[in-house]
Design a protein around this ligand. Structure first.
Ligand SMILES: Nc1ncnc2c1ncn2[C@@H]1O[C@H](COP(=O)(O)OP(=O)(O)O)[C@@H](O)[C@H]1O
Ligand SMILES: [Mg+2]
Length: 353
């Protein structure tokens, strides 16, 4: 039997649990003429959820991770390559006759893939982007609407000056495409979609993804381990999807390969913390003294210290928390918490050394 837990990449099939209402909602939007904006901290399951919806909807789609895009031209390049993977070459070639800057199309007969590239000496990125974006609309029809997923979308803001504005002005003219904007930098995503001055103000239906509800996650783990282990795991991870799968994976290995009987969850935590000891130490050393103080309080007391004996003013504490949230080290659910429970454990130990 192989390990029934999985973490790190998109999960599917037996590794995917819950999200029934969310899935329904995503599908409903994609079947309408609207766009979707999906926000959550990293590793909550956005990509997995969208992947599942796309699988069930069975429509042509392309996915671009904006974090892997280095320039506007690169973005156009990626769009084209993605299109060539889902539409037949003949159809695309025919539609590209209007391109103002003609790209080079090369095929690799070994891998059966196509690579479209624009000459790097051409520097009219606006035209390249427009042509590539217009091609999306041309291949898409009313009955077969293309779905375009832009993951880690908050990156548009920093990619190039005016890029967001240009993108939006093209997108708003398109009729047969559903866009899905995913983002894990919550405040940046809010600025993009909720600020009146932003070009993407209210451009799509906003949806927030929460952690997986405890009862459901508990059952999922219990079916694969047992109820007691499930409870100890969730007490430690507080239902964070990724870290829960990570520790459950380790626990399962301990049970099945090492026949551990006692304190299994603690042993699994130890293993993982030890594995990351060096990274955690490096991370810690990169924080300044006040950051460390705030983190330490969060780790020890599960809340920022704002009491009378505080050594940092409350306003400073809040601005540090805000920064740590932007960087992804702290997340806010019902309260502030350290994103990574293993790092939390490491800080607790380190503080007592
Ligand atoms: N519905 C789910 N059921 C079980 N585990 C999940 C689910 N969604 C996410 N996970 C866990 O979280 C990890 C990160 O999921 P992912 O979809 O990549 O998140 P995001 O795109 O928000 O960063 C997955 O590898 C998996 O371990
Ligand atoms: Mg993702």
């Amino acid at each position: 039997m192989s390990n029934p837990f999985k973490f790190g990449t998109v999960v599917d099939g037996a590794f995917f649990t819950d999200r029934i209402a969310e899935l329904q909602y995503v599908k409903q939007i994609l079947q309408s003429e609207n766009h979707l904006v999906l926000i959550s901290p990293r590793r909550f399951g956005k990509s997995s959820l969208i992947n599942k919806a796309l699988e069930q909807i069975e429509r042509r789609h392309i996915v671009i991770n904006m974090q892997s895009v280095t320039s506007v031209q690169h973005f156009a390049h990626k769009l084209m390559n993605a299109l060539f993977r889902v539409y037949p070459m003949e159809r695309l070639k025919h539609l590209m006759t209007h391109f103002r800057i003609v790209p080079t199309i090369s095929t690799n007969p070994m891998t059966d893939t196509v690579d479209v590239s624009f000459s790097p000496i051409v520097n009219n990125t606006e035209i390249i982007l427009e042509d590539a974006m217009n091609l999306l609309e041309k291949v898409s029809t009313e009955e077969h609407r293309l779905i375009v997923v832009l993951d880690e979308f908050q990156e548009v803001v920093t990619l190039a000056k005016g890029f967001d504005r240009q993108l939006r002005s093209i997108m708003q003219m398109q009729k047969n495409i559903n866009y899905v904007f995913l983002g894990s930098q919550e405040s940046m995503m809010e600025n993009i979609f909720e600020k009146k001055k932003s070009p993407f103000y209210h451009f799509g239906q906003m949806m927030r993804l929460n952690k997986i509800p405890r009862e459901d996650f508990r059952q999922y783990i219990a079916e694969r381990l047992d109820e007691m282990l499930a409870d100890s795991i969730l007490d430690f991870t507080n239902c964070h999807p990724y870290y829960t799968q990570q520790i459950a994976y380790q626990v399962w290995d301990l049970v099945h390969y090492e026949q551990e009987k006692d304190d299994i969850v603690e042993k699994a935590i130890d293993r993982i913390v030890m594995l990351h000891d060096l990274d955690f130490e490096r991370l810690w050393l990169n924080f300044n003294k006040s950051d460390r103080r705030v983190l330490q309080d969060l780790c020890l007391f599960s809340q920022p210290a704002l009491g009378a004996d505080r050594s940092i003013p409350a306003s400073t504490t809040y601005s540090i928390l805000k920064k740590l949230m932007q960087q992804g080290y702290v997340i806010k659910t019902e309260h502030y918490e350290i994103e990574d429970p293993f790092f939390r454990r490491w800080v607790n130990r380190f503080s007592h050394r």
